[in-house]
Design a binder for this molecule. Sequence first.
Ligand code: SF4
Length: 111
Amino acid sequence: MAKDWTKIISGLKKLLEDVGPIWPKSTKLAGFASSGPYHCANCEYLNKDRNRCRQEVMMADPEVEKDDKGLAIITNPEIQCCDFVEPVKLVQIGGEYARARSSRREKQIGA
Ligand code: SF4
């Protein structure tokens, strides 16, 4: 079942109002940080150019810098990360594994 990000974001905002910041050293809503050791590099939400993120909470986070399309700007995917990281799914092709990205999602980000 697809996640209702609008509802999740609304719930997160209410929770933050009640309890204050949850994640240390990161943005309040998405938990985005730029100091590692976790990273965007293997995340499904990172675009092919490895400089934009289309994750809904990241795009709704007022502390995260966005481009003119509203995508979150990623400047260093090796040391940046948020709390909604989603590892890229791997598919086996012969003896090798390759990244599996659905064409639908690529269309959504205009990749
Ligand atoms: S880890 Fe978070 S910020 Fe980085 S690409 Fe994934 S969803 Fe976006």
